[in-house]
Write a new protein. Sequence first.
Length: 365
Amino acid sequence: MLIKEPACPHWPNALTLSWASILTNTPTHTAALVTPAGGLVVHLTVSADADGYGNLLTFARAHASGRRIWAIEGTGSFGAGLTAHLLEHAEWVVEIDRAKRPARRNGAKTDELDALRAAREALSREHLAQPRRRGDREALRVLLATRKEVVQTRTRAINHLKALVVNAPEAMRSKLRLLKTGALVVRCAALPTRTTPTAEQAATVLTLRLTARRIQALEAEAAALEAQLEPLVQGVATRLRAEFGVGPISAAQIICAWSHVGRLRSEAAFAALAGVAPIPASSGQVQRHRLNRSGDRQLNSALHTIVICRLARHAETQAYAARRASEGKSSREITRCLKRHLARRLFKLLEAVPRGSSSDLELAA
């Protein structure tokens, strides 16, 4: 959306602001130009390529002079190219979620209507998120996503290998079924294929061997990807890795969610993003909070992993857990408190990253 008149009072320099709401898809992007009151001025649909980005920026400059705000849906997916193009031209870009579709009797739905809904919803919000950065942060995201897929594929392969052993001929099964996973993979990867008298045994040996070797290859891929995480994490936030229990994978996940200095307005916002902000669940004389099951679950999982590690090996954390347990807190409540404290501490460490660092100057996406 593009706004050419006074915008919402909570935005700086509201008199000079113009807004553009962009609905992103694979082949095209649809923009909605609106007034400060949310009235539609004009729609524009362009191709999702460099020519389309240029046409969209030219259109915005012609119809909305002065400072512009671009509210883009999917800045990290279908809108990544447009976001990078706009930032290269010093445009102001914010990220919006998918707009809620009101119940309509006629079921109307088009890209133009969705873009207009997104524009009006963005106008009503007090806070809009900055797009996540590219550069080192994007490198970490790509490595994490690929490693996760590799690990999941390895797990499926191990399950398949064990299922093959269960249904293998008795002579073969008796030799393999008691082996632990690591030993089983090594043993099956070295099975000979020339000494099998029957077709059933030959097929079983072949599938066991191929599956075991695929597991070994996936393990090597995961290790190679993980090795690339450490130098990137050290380059973005060295102090993060110095924290007890923070490994390269957890650190990379935290950085991906946080992205860069200033993106999140407070440590409370970071806790809400991580799904560790306490939710009141009191009744009568019972004062308590329950678990928060919203937010970024991968970030939440990273914090949970760190807390579990600290509960097992960190003396200060163990002392805190014992004290809260003596006060009548359950283990889940103690874990929730620890995750909230951890989110506060890590956010302060991340925000202490110098603003002039190279990772902080990369383009957003």
